[in-house]
Design a protein around this ligand. Structure first.
Ligand code: NAD
Length: 419
């Protein structure tokens, strides 16, 4: 039995605003601009009636939040999960505003979600739900307005259905969503990009922190689109991935996991649990393992005031969105554990989405080497700007990342005459 995920704490949006306020103080923003940058621009809640396979009608709740569009169309994933709620979508939309600004791509921040359990739904039910959701938010999305993408619980198939539902109204419009199947106008390299981008950032940080990638002990929570690629790429680079987990729990192999065998096992078992030669551990035990790099790549708030003192990692790499609460972030700072923040680390997904959107607008296809190389340039460039500020001002990676992105969004909002 899979436990239901706890929703992002009620104050998750305020938690992001707490990080933001530190940036506001740093760059001395006036009160009006502070208010503008904290609040979402537009929020839509929709009721989604869906005929289920047994004939009954289930009414789901869906959301789309457009946080800030000063720098370009709203951009952000759609999450399917039982714990989705307005706070969570709002918090994630805000993170997208700062992420797109930090990697300097021409998008604002948005996010969507539907409160549902996709693991318990048939393909037909998911197809019907996705079509309902798309047509219900149709009037606020668009290639130059708001471009959804996959997130937890959704994937390239979901995006194909969204594109089809939108196209029935507006005609063939591949650029309406990103993260599509390659045959439908998706980009090669998009699927691996969030994980690959995280590894590009990690590689730079490892060098700057005087650590070594070969043999580094890595613990990864989450074996989905983001986590599994991180495990695969780090394994290829010679890291020693000692523990991984999914929603059912984790596995530990102290001598290092044989990554190819784990992928073979996972293909059949659909979970990491039971991998031959491993010890089974809980997700909370996994978070507390001694290691060089702890990579939360699943859900939010997994490092919090309950376990912050017990963290033994040398560095934390936030591949998931908002995996560390502000209180725990302060504890990491006191303990001298560097935290590479989500808005930098996992921006690779939206960067590759930007490449996909660009290719769709020009009806053109890039090769995978080009996608990976352009991704590397943008991720390393963003890391360098953050690192320069960290070194110059003696602040955390998170504070530097937020200060840089807030300044960029505030400048553009001012130029456009928002304020
Ligand atoms: P996914 O649905 O593909 O995978 C999620 C993984 O986390 C799965 O292995 C799942 O079993 C595990 N998981 C779910 N609930 C859990 C729980 N309660 N405890 C432990 N593990 C749990 O999702 P994803 O796309 O890999 O997203 C993971 C994180 O990365 C999210 O925070 C998401 O917002 C963020 N992210 C995703 C992308 C993207 O393009 N997919 C881009 C940037 C950031």
């Amino acid at each position: 039995m899979i436990p239901a995920r706890k929703p992002l704490r009620a104050n998750s949006f305020e938690e992001i605003n707490l990080f933001l306020n530190r940036a506001f103080d740093r760059i001395e923003l006036d009160d009006g601009m502070r208010e503008l940058l904290q609040r979402p621009w537009r929020e839509l809640t929709v009721s989604l009636p869906v005929r289920m396979d047994d004939g009954h009608i289930e009414v789901f709740t869906g959301y789309r939040v457009q946080h800030n569009g000063a720098r370009g169309p709203y951009k952000g994933g759609v999450r399917y999960d039982l714990a989705v709620n307005q706070h969570e979508v709002r918090a994630l939309a805000s993170l997208m505003t700062w992420k797109t600004a930090l990697v300097d791509i021409p998008f604002g921040g948005g996010k969507g979600g539907v409160e549902c359990n996709p693991r318990d739904m048939s393909e037909g039910e998911l197809n019907r739900l996705t079509r309902r959701y798309t047509t219900s938010i149709d009037h606020i999305i668009g290639v130059n307005r708001d471009i959804p993408a996959p997130d937890m619980g959704t994937n390239s198939q979901t995006m194909a259905w969204m594109m089809d539902a939108y196209g029935l109204i507006h005609g063939y419009t591949p650029g309406i969503v990103t993260g599509k199947p390659v045959d439908l106008g998706g980009s090669v390299g998009r699927e691996s990009a969030p994980g690959r981008g995280a590894v590009y950032v990690m590689t730079e940080a490892i060098r700057d922190l005087g650590l070594s990638i070969i043999g580094a002990q890595v613990v990864v929570q989450g074996f989905g689109q983001v986590g599994s690629w991180i495990v695969r790429i780090l394994g290829e680079m010679g890291c020693n991935v000692i523990a991984v987990s999914d929603i059912k729990g984790g596995i530990l192999v102290e001598s290092g996991i044989d990554i190819n065998r784990l992928f073979e096992y996972y293909r059949e078992a659909k979970t990491v649990i039971g991998f031959p030669g491993s010890d089974t551990i809980t997700n909370s035990e996994l978070i507390q393992l001694p290691c060089d790099f702890l990579v939360p790549a699943a859900i939010e708030s997994v490092v919090n005031s309950d376990n912050a003192d017990l963290i033994k990692a040398r560095v934390i790499v936030e591949a998931a969105n908002h995996p560390i609460t502000p209180e725990a972030d302060d504890v990491m700072n006191d303990k001298g554990i560097p935290v590479l923040p989500d808005i930098l680390v996992n921006a690779g997904g939206v960067v590759a989405s930007y490449f996909e959107w660009t290719q769709n607008l020009y009806q053109h296809k890039w090769e995978e080497e080009r996608v990976n190389e352009e991704l590397r340039k943008i991720m390393v460039g963003a890391y360098d700007v953050v690192k320069e500020m960290v070194d110059r001002d003696g602040i955390t990676y998170r504070d530097a990342a937020f200060a840089i992105s807030v300044k960029r969004v505030a400048n553009v909002a001012k130029m456009r005459g928002f304020i």
